[in-house]
Design a protein around this ligand. Structure first.
Ligand code: ATP
Ligand code: PAU
Ligand code: K
Length: 260
């Protein structure tokens, strides 16, 4: 009988977790949550206190070693299961890594691409992809129709952009504004500037992929602030909140198949 599977995504701002009824794509979500990194110690006695014990877990972590260790303490304290973390490699689950040093690619980026590829192939024939993650940092990945990761962009997220402007200028200390085509106050100018900086980078990558691959890419967006970007994106962007969790489920199934 299948046992529950715990998926964990530790970013630079928050730890996201999701418990599924089994370790394969399409498994039913039983519980999920997110904690700011300062609050990881609460997991075992808080949100995880009443969960059924998972038979296995798999995660991706881009925060530092100290954060990863604090998460491992919670996993071991609450559940009798070994912490396992995805490391970016030369190839896994249908994606071939084009990075100069494949292991230096952020594990969250690697897992999100694997989740996106699986979703794209589920929907129809193979196409190139653009995969965008809007978290603490923003990443914009290009993948060709064969599953080769061609390369990607890293840029500051909304929060970092605003804090950089605040600390680097004398006159920019204002509340968050609205996204406007023609902003007429400082708040709107800052919020719109950040949003369109990200949108512009994404549109450029879509152009690069379109001309390099000679086909229209399937475009996916994920990350905690993805819902804020989705409305301003040109073209068909599918917002998939669970892209990293989907990728973890794909990898978990492949590994289980390889080990039996
Ligand atoms: N209204 C806002 N104005 C400016 N920045 C914001 C706003 N809302 C969220 N942010 C910033 O956007 C970033 C991403 O938000 P969030 O923490 O939800 O994403 P995340 O996917 O959990 O990030 P990570 O995976 O990197 O931990 C954070 O750095 C946050 O400070
Ligand atoms: C770029 C971030 C911060 C995005 O979360 C993360 O994937 C990371 O720390 N990556 C390592 C460097 C790289 O991917 O080239
Ligand atoms: K992330």
């Amino acid at each position: 009988m299948a046992s529950p599977f715990l998926a964990i995504d530790i970013g630079n701002t928050r730890l996201k977790w999701a418990l599924y009824d089994a370790a394969h794509p399409g498994a039913a979500l039983q519980a999920h949550g997110a904690e700011f990194l300062d609050h990881i110690e609460r997991l075992a006695d808080g949100p995880w206190a009443d969960l059924p014990a998972p038979g296995s877990m798999l995660g991706c972590v881009v925060a530092g070693d100290a954060v990863r260790r604090r998460a491992e303490e919670q996993i071991v304290e609450r559940f009798d299961c070994a912490p396992r973390w995805v490391v970016s490699s030369a190839a896994e689950a249908g994606i071939v890594n084009g990075y100069d040093h494949p292991t230096r690619l952020g594990a969250d980026r690697w897992v999100a691409m694997i989740g996106a590829r699986h979703r794209m192939l589920d929907a129809g024939p193979a196409r190139p992809m653009v995969v965008v993650m809007i978290g603490t940092a923003v990443t914009v990945e290009a993948i060709d129709a064969s599953g080769k990761f061609l390369g990607g962009l890293i840029l500051p997220g909304h929060g970092i952009m605003l804090r950089a402007l605040e600390s680097g200028t004398a006159g920019l200390h204002v509340p968050t504004g609205e996204v406007r085509e023609f902003p007429t106050n400082t708040s709107d100018a800052l919020t719109s500037g950040g949003t369109y900086a990200i949108a512009g980078a994404v549109e450029r990558m879509v152009q690069h992929v379109r001309s390099h691959c000679g086909a229209e890419p399937a475009c996916y967006m994920t990350g905690g602030a993805g819902w804020k970007m989705a409305p301003v994106m040109n073209g068909d962007f599918e917002l998939v909140e669970s892209l990293i969790m989907d990728g973890l489920l794909v990898i978990a199934r492949e590994r289980a198949a390889g080990w039996t």
